[in-house]
Write a protein that binds this ligand. Sequence first.
Ligand SMILES: Cc1ncc(COP(=O)(O)O)c(C=O)c1O
Length: 442
Amino acid sequence: MTVMSIPNQSEMESYWLPFTANRQFKANPRLFVGADGMYYTAADGRRILDGMAGLWCVNAGHNQRPIVEAIKKAAEQLDYVSSFQMAHPLAFEAASRIAGIAPAGMDHVFFANSGSEAVDTALKIARAYFRVKGEVGRTRFIGRAKGYHGMGWGGLSVAGIGRHRKDFGPLLPETDHLPHTLSLEHAAFSRGQPAWGAHLADELEVLTQIHDPSSIAAVIIEPVTGSGGVLPPPQGYLERLRAICDRHGILLIFDEVITGFGRLGAPFAATAFGVTPDLITCAKGMTNGAVPMGGVIAGDKVWNAFMAGPESMIELFHGYTYSGHPLACAASIATLDVYRDQGIFERAAKTAPLWEEAAHSLKGLPNVVDIRNIGLLAAVELAPRPAGGVARSIEAANLCFDAGVLVRSAGDALVLSPPLIISQAEIDYLFTTITRVLTSLS
Ligand SMILES: Cc1ncc(COP(=O)(O)O)c(C=O)c1O
């Protein structure tokens, strides 16, 4: 492995880290210099068990050789070509492979470069769809409390995490939000989908009454809320939402940036739950995190509406310089090969019950007020500290890192999303470390 030099003081100053307390970080930087399988190598040589699959993205584990080799080969052959009025074969192959594992009737892939771009693309497709259909009044978007849809203006406008929105308003005006589905009172320590909460989907009916259904273009939700604290959908909730959207001609968008590509032991959450949206946004696991890539998978209804006009007409005035980048497409094809050849989704499905058992073994530890899990996702909700104190979840995540395990905090929860190749021994190590940390925490 090439030795990486540690940044000097001036380089430290130059880099503005995203979503980071820059000055605090630079006083004690957390540097990584390598990764393989389930582990990172830190600059001090420590091996760190990756309990987050990078950032919910490295589903097949780090340093997957077929993906690395495919990227190298693509870079040597065709470094770049625009996707505006031209193309290259790998883009078609990647799109067709992704459509091949998408739910039936979702056959068309528009490429972006991140989850945020995928979300903004999906929102724009939804509005443009109603324009081509002549329903020009359908412009409103409905998101959901605790939702995370990336950092573009569209995604932020439909997002439901207040702290992310606070500094940047005004956001898109024509939005509203469904309530979230978290209830410690009714559903704490549920395993998988909570039995309580399907009725919360009916809040969409209330919003249609407030706004007039013919003003609503789309509802966008994560089928499993991720960054907002891992909230599996209540049993029956997604089905109800789908039915209400259908009743009022509203498009349903599943933001599967986290749940796509095997996280729930199936290609998509839509497949796992048996509920098909009109548009799926994806990114992250699309290339196993190895090259930035995002996309929107469109259902045939949406696609056909765009393809009804004159053939010489550009159907969608939207796209990015790097849409369908050759390196990203090569990485995506190789990633899908890895998922298939190594049985990664099946492995996740098989590991999920062990994962659930291990996560729920934390019940009864100090300050643990809820544990949620689905597929290879879990959250351990900790009692909040009195206002002003550092959240227990932040302190716990830092202590876990010191003990060689990478997990994240989200609000008062510790969130876990390991590579889908995690073994029983690594699951044990992960939860034993968390147990030790939580037992030591005041
Ligand atoms: C559900 C969801 N949507 C969108 C995004 C944004 O993706 P990106 O950070 O690639 O822009 C994320 C990122 O975590 C996400 O979890």
